[in-house]
Write a protein that binds this ligand. Structure first.
Ligand SMILES: Nc1nc2c(ncn2[C@@H]2O[C@H](COP(=O)(O)OP(=O)(O)OP(=O)(O)O)[C@@H](O)[C@H]2O)c(=O)[nH]1
Ligand SMILES: [Mg+2]
Length: 285
């Protein structure tokens, strides 16, 4: 992978534009929900957020708790708490959003006390939602509103523009398109984001993402590779593994040769559809 090319693709113009638009709205904002994906609580956290969203109370909202390996994710979340973050983990499919609403009201109460002391009127909370693509920002908004008012889709870049949505009489929310940051820490982070659908698949090579997924699962959760594909051992070149998956899943071209592209797609879809079970790809160093 060419470092320069990938950097350009990771940070396309529309993300720079979103960032600029968010900055323009910042003085209207009381509270920030910084959304991260529980399966990648380190890799999906906006790295440069402290540089462009300063002096705002933030809540770290951790979505997709139902999909993660809780033992690993909780270790990382504890570390965030130790560093002073307010952390609210949520399963947006079945869990409750009440803890988040209560936390928001608490913070707003303090802000309003300050306003009243200055002779200003109380007002409802204006909340900005930010996060990497596909982490669940719009789904969170829909849960908070209690109906579908923001567009949702399992591809990065679903939301295309900023929009205000009223949650209830106390809270108004600004939904924003997913953003990344100009320079990803390393290839590992880029691959994790791509594997878990926060970077468009087309940007990295499909085979590269699929190989990364295989190796990652083999390293962190070898039993899941056995369960799903009957693979006990992964060689460095992955050819045997691809052949095995190809046979098992009928991804063969004429003459019984493995269709490698099809296998790559199978691996990526399997992860996307949660067929490896509950996984977390980040680890504390
Ligand atoms: N299982 C599970 N799926 C979730 C959860 N939150 C979001 N999703 C799914 O994740 C996908 C992305 O959700 P969106 O709400 O569109 O994500 P977004 O952050 O708004 O994405 P962009 O607009 O592309 O930046 C959708 O398929 C959601 O159904 C969750 O807590 N659990
Ligand atoms: Mg969205």
């Amino acid at each position: 992978m060419n470092e320069n090319n990938t950097n350009i693709n990771w940070y396309p113009g529309h993300m720079a534009k979103t960032k600029k638009q968010i900055k323009e709205q910042l003085n209207l904002i009381d509270i920030v929900y910084e959304v991260i994906d529980a399966r990648m609580p380190i890799s999906s956290k906006i790295e440069d957020i402290e540089e462009w969203i300063t002096n705002k109370p933030k809540i770290l909202v951790v979505t997709k708790m139902d999909l993660c390996d809780k033992e690993q994710t909780n270790k990382i979340l504890k570390e965030y708490e130790k560093n002073g973050y307010i952390v609210i983990p949520i399963d947006l499919m079945n869990g409750s959003v009440t803890p988040l609403i209560n936390e928001t009201k608490d913070i707003m109460k303090k802000i309003n006390q300050g306003r009243i002391e200055k002779g200003m009127k109380k007002r409802s909370a204006r909340v900005l939602i930010v996060g990497a693509p596909n982490v669940g920002k719009s789904t969170l908004i829909n849960r908070l509103v209690g109906r579908k008012s923001a567009g949702v889709g399992n591809t990065p870049g679903f939301t295309k523009s900023l929009s205000w949505i009223r949650i209830n009489k106390d809270i108004e929310l600004l939904d924003t398109p997913g953003v990344l940051w100009p320079k990803l820490k390393n290839q590992e982070q880029a691959h994790i984001l791509a594997a878990l659908s926060s970077i468009k698949e087309e940007i990295l090579n499909l085979d590269e993402i699929a190989s990364f997924i295989l190796k990652k699962i083999y390293t962190l959760y070898p039993e899941k590779l056995q369960e799903r594909y009957g693979i006990d051992k992964l060689d460095d070149n992955l050819i045997e593994a691809y052949d095995q998956i190809g046979r098992k899943r009928g991804a063969l071209s004429k003459g019984g040769i493995t269709d490698y592209e099809k296998v790559s797609n199978i691996i990526i879809r399997d992860l996307k559809n949660g067929y490896f079970g509950k996984i977390t790809f980040d680890r504390l160093k």
